[in-house]
Design a protein around this ligand. Structure first.
Ligand SMILES: *[C@@H]1O[C@H](CO)[C@@H](O)[C@H](O)[C@H]1NC(C)=O
Ligand SMILES: *[C@@H]1O[C@H](CO)[C@@H](O)[C@H](O)[C@H]1NC(C)=O
Ligand SMILES: *[C@@H]1O[C@H](CO)[C@@H](O)[C@H](O)[C@H]1NC(C)=O
Ligand SMILES: *[C@@H]1O[C@H](CO)[C@@H](O)[C@H](O)[C@H]1NC(C)=O
Ligand SMILES: *[C@@H]1O[C@H](CO)[C@@H](O)[C@H](O)[C@H]1NC(C)=O
Length: 428
């Protein structure tokens, strides 16, 4: 059995009896310094342990969200009618999708961008419009046709007759030319049935917009020909408290026109669904989204119609962007959470938000507004117990915009390009 004193004899740190020790000032200093540095080191280690470290890497985009990218937007055009506004998407591989309507909503707006009416519904407007054959027949009364109106005579005539129906046209326009014979014929027939002198309930007029552009501008005429109906000097019609122009959108042959005019005159309430409402103020807000392939392409908003012509030199593609973003919408909650970790995330997610692009160049024709957008994907991933999970996928973009005069028809164009690289932010 080993005795206790034997074990004690292996002690490397033999104790000196307390009486023999002496506290020195130097020793006290050293102790204090040592204690402070220990606390400091511990604190720093703890802080380092608690802070989230992020590392950034740039890798080739290998997103799992497929080949398609969603573009969300909300853009207001104060001088483009919903009737004509068309949204087209094209890309470098030759895919063209014209006049997208399914995922979009259109609202008529006034120059202050306030909504003036219900949602614009293009179904009110017939798609295929019938035109009269252009042969003259003998059944036409030998009477003067439609009255030529200009700024001076317009208001007088409009107040003289309870109903004035005006064809705003441009002589160079194909559709105007096709309407012309039917319009004249209708004017004569109506003149015969409702003699302006004795009956005086209705009269048909015409305005040449190349001669009196100001008059057409005042009535927000954007496409030719436009047939507008003026009642007691005003073509405003109350619709659920909203004021709108009254327009004729029906077939353009003599029979249909005469029938429509007679329905206007007959005291019965209008049972004619062909009298759709055209926006009074001529502005349009387009909201919604489109899906595009992840390759460079264009989102183009322009005026288009199957039965009207446009005077491209007077088209005004000014717009205000309320929202334009790429990719999935990020909930504000998630965004603010991630922003606490990485403050600069999301800063360019909706870069054009609130910007307006107004064409003030009164003298220039064919002003196109173009935006060049370069899109970069940023993915925030986090590692929890060696399992990686994606916190956020954010598409940010840079934007360069220009107003330029071109020889083409004016459009609002968003050209986008996607970076093949993505930024991955890894937080741990
Ligand atoms: C994308 O690439 C990264 C790094 O190469 C990899 O960790 C990740 O799993 C990939 N994601 C997908 C969806 O393939
Ligand atoms: C689009 O923008 C307008 C004007 O900023 C706003 O009033 C409207 O609510 C927006 N629409 C949507 C769907 O966010
Ligand atoms: C676009 O398509 C809609 C529905 O298919 C149609 O009502 C509208 O007239 C078209 N617009 C143009 C400008 O072609
Ligand atoms: C285009 O429309 C905007 C908004 O209504 C207006 O401020 C601008 O003066 C117009 N530009 C031209 C050239 O008419
Ligand atoms: C405007 O565009 C039209 C249609 O492309 C073209 O005929 C006309 O020459 C252009 N005008 C100007 C001033 O560039």
């Amino acid at each position: 059995m080993v005795s206790l004193s034997k074990i004690k004899s292996v002690d490397f740190y033999r104790k000196i009896p307390r009486d023999l020790t002496e506290a020195s000032l130097l020793g006290a200093w050293l102790s204090v310094v040592a204690a402070v540095s220990m606390i400091l080191l511990f604190g720093m280690e703890l802080k380092n342990y608690l802070t989230v470290s992020t590392s950034t890497s740039i890798v080739v985009d290998n997103s799992s969200d497929g080949d398609f990218l969603r573009i969300d937007f909300n853009i207001s055009f104060p001088a483009l009618s919903c009737e004509f506004a068309s949204v087209d998407v094209s890309d470098v591989l030759g895919t063209n999708r014209l006049n997208i309507t399914k995922t979009l909503r259109k609202f008529t707006i006034d120059p202050d961008l306030r909504r003036t009416g219900a949602e614009y519904n293009s179904e009110l407007v017939p798609q295929v419009i019938q035109h009269g054959e252009e042969v003259d027949d003998d059944a036409v009364p030998a009477l003067p046709g439609a009255v030529s109106l200009n700024s001076d005579s317009f208001d007088r005539i409009a107040h003289e007759y309870p109903i004035l129906v005006v064809n705003f046209f441009a002589p160079w326009c194909y559709w105007s030319t096709r309407l012309k014979p039917s319009w004249e014929k209708t004017a004569k027939i109506i003149r015969e049935r409702y003699n302006p002198e004795t009956d005086g309930r209705i009269i048909l007029g015409k305005v040449d917009c190349t001669e009196d552009f100001e008059l057409c501008k005042r009535h927000h005429i954007q496409g030719y020909p436009s047939i507008r109906i003026f009642r007691k000097g005003s073509d405003l019609r109350e619709d659920h408290g909203q004021h709108e122009h009254e327009s004729y959108y029906g077939d353009r042959d003599t029979k249909a026109l005469v029938k429509a005019m007679e329905e206007l005159v007959s005291p019965l309430p209008l049972g004619n669904q062909k009298l759709a409402l055209a926006p009074l103020t001529g502005g349009c807000r387009i909201e919604g989204y489109v899906r595009v392939k992840k390759i460079p392409g264009n989102l183009i908003i322009s005026a288009r119609s199957g039965a009207h012509s446009f005077d491209s030199s007077h088209m005004n593609m000014s717009h205000v962007i309320s929202h334009l973003s790429f990719g999935k919408t990020i909930s504000p909650q998630v965004l603010s959470d991630v922003k606490r970790l990485i403050p600069y995330i999301g800063r360019s997610h909706d870069k054009l938000n609130g910007r307006s692009f107004i064409n003030h160049r009164d003298l220039d024709a064919n002003v196109t507004i173009e935006h060049y957008l370069q899109v970069v994907k940023t993915e925030v991933v986090t590692r929890i117990y060696s399992r990686e999970s994606s916190l956020l996928e954010d598409y940010e973009y840079t934007a360069h915009s220009s107003l330029s005069q071109s020889v083409d028809v004016p459009v609002a164009k968003f050209h986008f390009e996607l970076s093949p690289m993505q930024v991955t932010l890894q937080t741990a």
